[in-house]
Design a protein around this ligand. Sequence first.
Ligand code: PLP
Length: 359
Amino acid sequence: RAFNFNAGPSALPLEVLEKAQQELINYNNAGMSIMEMSHRSKDYDEVHNEAIARLKALYAIPDNYEVLFLQGGASLQFTMVPMNFLKEGQRASYVLTGSWSEKALKEALLFGKTAEAASSKENKYRNIPTLNEIQFDQTDAYVHITSNNTIYGTQWKEFPHTGEVPLVADMSSDILSKPVDISKFGLIYAGAQKNLGPSGVTVVIIRKDLLEKANKNIPTMLKYTTHADSNSLYNTPPTFGIYMLGEVLKWVEAQGGLEGIEKNNEAKAKLIYDVIDQSNGFYKGHAELSSRSLMNITFRVADEELEKQFLVEAKEAGFVGLNGHRSVGGCRASTYNAVPVEACQALTNFMIEFQKKHQ
Ligand code: PLP
């Protein structure tokens, strides 16, 4: 297997891929793949409901929340959130911590008034604003954050308390990576293609009282209530993606649940951050220490020419996906749940050797 540090779509657990391969052409002795079955069949129904139940159990999601499986990626959630919850004359507040929050804000501007609750743009998105820097009104429709900033490599360690104002989080790049108290949030959304499974399914966790308050006069497919009322079976769901998600959730359970996964993720990220910190400036981390992400480790090689060489040699050595996002350049190692510790160890060895050779 390649050492896959892709930012998304990303590595999937080998065990999950092997199981899917085994079941690919004959699921549960049905003589067909899960992909070929009706989404109204008993076999698929079990897959669908089990995936919901497993996600609820892993996060201990309270009963007053719904889990939805939608399509359109996290990007469609940038639109659906304001379309459903921003009422005429009302305002929504966005914390800007990177390009994805900027994109989310841009969509909200199409539906109503918005405000920046805080922003770390002037600091090149190296940090997450502190909780007391975040400003919003009790009359705001919601406060929106991006829990992990895939491009800049920063991550919230503690979430803001927004009281009666629903907190909405884009968790696309750190969902399922650690325990989170879901009751702090009004709505959480995440494209699946990093920690949850293949691209094509978008998970939404939504507090039920928000469903009742949502705007009514919007297209059927873009209403959360449409999907909540039909258990995410209003139309044909991405059945294979949801099957894969269910298998990934079983795998997370086998890793010791979210506590076990968090420990692995901390150990993996530490290996790489330690090399950066002990390199005497040869490697430079982008994020401020207190905001460092456990999922996306962003760094530069201090010398620009050497950085190009680093990326070339890394590729030759079998490391995939180490180029930073095309908008910022540099290097990025995405160490999502399914990236094995061995891959991180191999990368640290490579980084140390590269420095020795070129310093
Ligand atoms: N939000 C975050 C934090 C992301 O990392 C990404 C993609 O990488 C997106 C949103 C966009 O997701 P999608 O491609 O599912 O629309």
